[in-house]
Write a protein that binds this ligand. Structure first.
Ligand code: GLN
Length: 202
C-alpha cells in the first residue's frame, strides 16, 4: 500500500496533534466522527481524554459497534491514555470502573493509577521496537497496565522511582496502546511505529 489513510477518533482529546504527527509519519491523516469515515480508514488512533466521555459519545455517534467489528477484522488501532483504557479487555475495578470498553487487547488497565499526587509527570522510557534515544513519555492522569494476558506483550515500563516496572506500553498483533501522550513531545517515533503497523496489516 503506497500511502495509507489513518484516522483519528475526533470525539475528544488531542486530535490536531495526532493528525499532525501522523502526517509527519507519511500517511494521510483524517478526523473520524462518523461511521462512513471509520469505514474508509486503514488504521485509527484513539486519543486521550476522558474514557467515560469518549465511550458515551462513541455510542451516540454510532461508532462503537462498527469499531469493535473493524478491530475484530484486524484494523490497526493505537490507543493513547484514555485510548489505552478503551482498548483494554478488562478495567481494574480498584480504579474508577467502566461499564464496557471497546476491547480487543488482552490486558487489565487501572484508570488514574498513578494517583493524585502525581497527576502528571514525564519520564524517559525504552520501548521495544523503537530504536535510538529513549522516548520522552508525558503522563496525564494516566492509567497503567496491571497485567497482560498471553495474547499481549508489554513493550514499555516505567524505568525509575516509586512506580518502576509498571507496564505503560503494550502491543498485541494489530493493536498498540500507551499510557502516555507521544503527540505532545514532537518525537514522532511512536506514530511512525504505528504507521509501520498500518502498512504491515493493510
Ligand atoms: N484519566 C483519564 C481516564 O480515565 C485518562 C486521561 C488521559 O487520557 N490523559 O479516562
Amino acid at each position: 500500500m503506497a500511502r495509507p489513510t489513518v484516522g483519528v477518533f475526533a470525539l475528544q482529546g488531542d486530535v490536531r496533534e495526532h493528525l499532525r504527527a501522523l502526517g509527519e509519519a507519511g500517511v494521510d491523516a483524517v478526523a473520524v466522527r462518523r461511521p462512513e469515515e471509520l469505514a474508509a480508514v486503514d488504521g485509527l488512533v484513539l486519543p486521550g481524554g476522558e474514557s467515560t466521555t469518549i465511550l458515551k459519545l462513541a455510542r451516540i455517534f454510532e461508532l462503537l459497534d462498527p469499531l469493535r467489528e473493524r478491530i475484530r477484522e484486524g484494523l490497526p488501532v493505537y490507543g493513547s491514555c484514555a485510548g489505552m483504557i478503551l482498548l483494554a479487555d478488562r478495567v481494574d475495578a480498584g480504579g474508577s470502573p467502566l461499564e464496557a470498553t471497546i476491547g480487543g487487547m488482552d490486558m487489565t488497565v487501572r484508570r488514574n493509577a498513578f494517583g493524585r499526587q502525581v497527576d502528571s509527570f514525564e519520564e524517559d522510557l525504552e520501548i521495544e521496537g523503537i530504536e535510538g534515544e529513549p522516548v520522552r513519555a508525558v503522563f496525564i492522569r494516566a492509567p497503567w497496565v496491571e497485567d497482560v494476558g498471553c495474547a499481549a506483550t508489554a513493550i514499555g515500563h516505567v524505568s525509575a522511582g516509586e512506580h518502576a516496572g509498571r507496564i505503560v506500553a503494550v502491543r498485541q498483533a494489530n493493536l498498540l496502546a500507551t499510557s502516555f501522550h507521544p503527540e505532545l513531545t514532537g518525537d514522532g517515533r511512536v506514530h511512525a511505529y504505528f504507521c509501520e503497523m498500518v502498512r504491515q496489516f493493510s
